[in-house]
Ligand binder design. Sequence first.
Ligand SMILES: [Zn+2]
Length: 307
Amino acid sequence: MIPFAGNPLNRASEKRTDTNWIESKRRDPSSLIFPMWRLQPFLLGSEKAAPPLDLCLVNPEIADSLGLDDAISVFLGLDGEQAVFALDISEIANPTKTGPLAGLGHFRDARMAGSMVSIEHAAIIAQAKAMIDWHQRHGFCPKCGTPTKIMDAGYRRLCGECKAEHFPRVDPVVIMLATHEEACLVGRGKLFPSGMFSALAGFVEPGETIEEAVRRELMEEASVKVGEVTYYATQPWPFPSSLMIGCFAKAESRDVKADESELAEVRWVERSVARELIEGKRMDGIQVPPPIAIAHHLIRAWALGEK
Ligand SMILES: [Zn+2]
């Protein structure tokens, strides 16, 4: 399973418009509240604890004692009969030092946290982080500029003036491993750490299919012409709201040229080398992303001959 995928919660989307049900679950002592502070998830225990870590979920009474009546609250779903909500507590200055959350856990960068918790918990972090991030960036109507109001347990915002409705965004990104016989193509972005190479990627543009985006990006970034494009898997990537669409693309030749405005370098890597890279080794001055990234899983599937 790819991290940030595999959410175990039942989203129970049919309940979102039932305000009474949502309100009663929000107050139900058996419900769980997942605090997010400045887009960082709350994790159980100390910062120094060794992974795997657990999410730190609190009961509604503790959440209410924070005194955040207007804070963004999003119904994440049901774990059996138990409702789980995310709560944005960003306005508290230092929630782990004083107040009802002090001593319970710590807040950590969402991407880092995603690699330190179970697959199931990482997926809950992805949902909570992407949803709260969206609310924080959509307080005003893009059509008329009026403040918008949170609706449907967090899954809609409504403009008070022009009545336009706004829904949480998911932005599709293609990420593709071009292959040619026994080699695959990796590139190093200009801002990547030294030696870090990954599969090439780019946003799908309006009016474009996934396959067309894969072909366009490979041509733009590396001047590689590809034939067959096949889908592999997707990964929710909540930074802030991407859906990574992993693909393989068969290159027609190994002629490449990096687009210097985006990439520092592109390289073909032999399958035998790729097998070592996915074990975390550095080979020929190259390393590839860790398993938190779908690029790792694309390279792994190809290197092991699964694709
Ligand atoms: Zn409006």
